[in-house]
Design a protein around this ligand. Structure first.
Ligand SMILES: [Zn+2]
Ligand SMILES: [Zn+2]
Length: 253
């Protein structure tokens, strides 16, 4: 059995946000927690989107603290973008990546999409947005949690029903091949664990494995609970045929 590093490329330092902040989620305390777990490397981010609680200033505060923290866990700093409508909701994102010296960007297609009430329309819109992230956003490094929020939307009655098997195989293939073609990593988030045994989800992991692009594992933790807990995800990847060489991490000069 291959030895996997312990990594977590999607963790939220929420202490800096303007609403719903968790004071314990500073870069420094997250770094200490990751170190105590023996984490090899991790990425610390916050949302950078159009929500009033996530102004650019909060990300600047996070980055400023990040520059003062050292850790035995190799740390990277980035942000999570939102592909909303026809594009990334913060048009200055490419410039900010450079000016703030961010190591990477995640991007996700959050929410059900404007005006969408049916599962069928959700599938079309989510696929379209995932493809937009892959094809139109060269500055994005990781596609975060594709499809995994849909179950929550069905529970809330925002779409009629959800099951991974509803996603057309050709859409999954198109997405995975396009991401591999431009070297973007696809995230395997802790949010997939409830459906880890679903045969349709396993088939997707098999496809992801066969196509050969990079992947990341992520807790998407917003609190210390769950931060750095990604071993169930690397176990899942191992079972699907992946090796640790498939894990993406930012390059540093
Ligand atoms: Zn997200
Ligand atoms: Zn997130």
């Amino acid at each position: 059995m291959a030895t996997w590093p312990l990594s977590d490329m999607h963790t939220h330092a929420t202490a800096y946000r303007l609403a719903g902040a968790r004071p314990e989620m500073t870069v420094a305390s997250m770094a200490r927690h990751l170190e105590s777990l023996g984490c090899d490397y991790a990425g610390i981010v916050e949302h950078l989107d159009s929500a009033p609680k996530h102004p650019i200033r909060c990300l600047e505060d996070l980055v400023a603290e990040f520059r003062t923290v050292s850790s035995s866990c190799a740390l990277y700093v980035g942000a999570e973008l939102d592909f909303e409508g026809d594009g990334i909701s913060v048009p200055s994102a490419p410039r900010l990546k450079e000016s703030l010296g961010l190591d990477y960007y995640l991007a996700a297609a959050h929410g059900v999409g404007e005006g969408i009430t049916s599962t069928r329309a959700y599938i079309e819109d989510h696929h379209r947005r995932l493809m937009g992230i892959v094809e139109d956003c060269p500055y994005v490094d990781i596609v975060a949690h594709p499809w995994v929020e849909a179950g929550k939307f069905a529970e809330r009655g925002l779409i009629e029903a959800w099951d991974w098997s509803l996603i057309p195989e050709r859409y999954l293939r198109e997405f995975v091949e396009a991401a591999a073609g431009c070297g973007k990593a696809i995230e395997v988030s802790r949010k997939v664990l409830p459906i880890a045994d679903d045969p349709a989800f396993r088939a997707y992991l098999g496809l992801l494995c066969d196509v050969g692009g990079p992947v990341t594992v992520a807790s998407d933790a917003h609190s210390l609970t769950g931060l750095g807990v990604t071993t169930p995800l690397t176990d899942l990847l191992g079972e699907a045929g992946f090796g640790p060489e498939r894990l993406w991490r930012p390059e540093r000069p």
